[in-house]
Design a protein around this ligand. Sequence first.
Ligand code: HEM
Length: 316
Amino acid sequence: MDMTPELEERLAKLQQKYAVMGQDMLSYIDGLLYADYLTYWDYIHLDVLLNLQTPRTPFPDEKIFIMYHQVSELYMKLVRHALEQIAHDESLTGEKMRVQLKRINSYYKALISSFEIMVDGMDKDQFLSFRMALLPASGFQSAQYRMIEIAATETKYLAAFESREAMTNATPDELYDNLYWKKGATELASGKQTLTLRQFEKKYAEEFKRLLAEYRDTNVLACYHRLSPADQKNPEIIAEMRAFDHAANVEWPSMHYKSAVRYLMKKPMDIKASGGTNWQQYLPARARRVTFFPELWSEDELKDWGRKHTEDALNQ
Ligand code: HEM
């Protein structure tokens, strides 16, 4: 190859780059001579990814259960990635926020439409057998699910429904203690926390508290309040925020509840969940009534929050 002006220009730029760091460009070029080509499988760590499924029982459908949870966690990581870009952008505009929210909504669309794999994609008898080997683990212990909530809204909106109004001037510790999922995994009669919750908090409580502080002023709702008045009225931004709220707090929970109803509802006595919650009262969107952005919904919409989806899940 001839020494063209383009090549000379590139070499000069490279030399400059390495000189700034006190490095010798020629040594790096020698390194290039011996470097191997990048492969697809190394780049995405395919071998690791495809070897992360280790069932605890011989039932073949347990692998479906594991893989679908892993797929869901990866989608949640995509959602968190978009939420982080909203939170950390110091020159956030309405348009940039709309783009990230639109991405979030496309991830939720995939999460919700694919949940059929759980509702109808496993043999019920196999599921009821292998789940006994998983106690007391539960999807309840998905930390990313909580991290999405923390990055989405003000903590008071994540309080248990009955204590939400009283949370307006609560301290960070009071807010943390009243989170709806902490209440949901507490036995009503004794007030004792389930083992699933205790283990979950032992691992993540400190991180959750750190994130609650980090996102206090950078959650989606807080960022929305800092947009220009025109952006706050922009129907496209409002539509994306509402779609996110509905997907995360009504549609996904309802698909998930539908799978619990399919596998665990057995008249006259429902089957106990692996995480030990009173899942019939805890899981339905209608029961918890979590809404990230209440100000974007009408009174009637809030009054009926999750009602139809919860009824549909029960009448499947
Ligand atoms: C057959 C499929 C499934 C069934 C029967 C099921 C059942 C349950 C039940 C009964 C609970 C309540 C907690 C407990 O007492 O254990 C729960 C919580 C939870 N599960 Fe699942 N689950 C299924 C699949 C999934 C999948 C694929 C995910 C994806 C990560 C998931 C994520 C969660 C989350 C995040 C919670 C906590 C929900 C909340 O606090 O609102 N579950 N699940």
